[in-house]
Design a protein around this ligand. Structure first.
Ligand code: SF4
Length: 227
């Protein structure tokens, strides 16, 4: 059994049977059952038996809209995955929540090295190089909105600068891996965020560009009055 499978086994033994919006249960027939947490008691779910089914389930929300952020709290309902062993569960969870178990294992081992926001923005190239000019107030507003628990279930482990302050516009629960992001108080397997994701970096660009345009407009001389 690999280390991540061992992590899953110990998590279940500890009673951590939820991850994000997913409930993980053992089956009396053997193996495991994954469902949306809202669907645990339902017996009318569409059942699949391969980990790869998770890829399609995770791609669209209940309304059929593409989910660019897999940790957004809009996981589709109405499905169940019946899987034979923890290796299959691990593979399915990798589709649902990419890298989540590896990040948690790294944190448990004391190996997780989050990348500070300034490092992430500072290494951008091409059209995103300008995001390095994002000011702290702009970052607080942007991250406070895009990373709020209503938008993303990950617990933030990165800070603004290496070893520095965290984003002050987010509540303390956003930084607590033990907090159940679904608000149900369950013991969860955490979803960790080790660095600002590409979606937030992409949204930083128009913020900086708009501020630059506003500054340029304010600095340019007013046209002379006709006459
Ligand atoms: S930066 Fe992290 S917490 Fe924020 S939206 Fe991206 S994955 Fe979620």
């Amino acid at each position: 059994m690999g280390r991540i499978d061992e992590l899953l086994a110990s998590a279940l033994a500890e009673g951590r049977d939820c991850i994000g919006q997913i409930a993980l249960r053992t089956r009396s027939e053997g193996g495991y059952r994954l469902t949306h947490r809202d669907d645990v008691g339902r017996d009318d779910l569409r059942v699949s038996q391969t980990p790869e089914s998770a890829r399609e389930i995770a791609t669209y929300d209940d309304a059929g809209v593409y989910r660019p952020l897999k940790t957004a709290p809009n996981l589709r309902h109405g499905w169940a995955l019946h899987l034979p062993d923890l290796a299959a569960v691990r593979a399915a969870l990798e589709y649902f929540y990419p890298a989540a178990l590896a990040l948690w294992l790294a944190e448990r081992d004391g190996r997780l090295q989050p990348t500070a926001m300034r490092e992430t923005l500072g290494r951008q190239t091409g059209m995103y190089r300008v995001t390095g000019l994002l000011t702290d107030p702009q970052a607080e507003a942007l991250v406070g909105e895009l990373c709020a628990q209503t938008r993303c279930l990950r617990a933030m482990r990165w800070t603004k600068t290496p070893g520095g302050e965290r984003i002050a516009s987010l509540p303390a629960t956003k930084f607590d891996p033990e907090h159940d992001p679904a608000g149900a108080g369950a013991r969860v397997m955490p979803l960790l965020c080790a660095e600002m994701c590409n979606l937030v970096v992409a949204e930083a660009r128009p913020v900086v560009k708009a501020a630059q345009a506003a500054a340029a407009a304010a600095a340019s001389p007013a046209p002379a009055a006709a006459g």
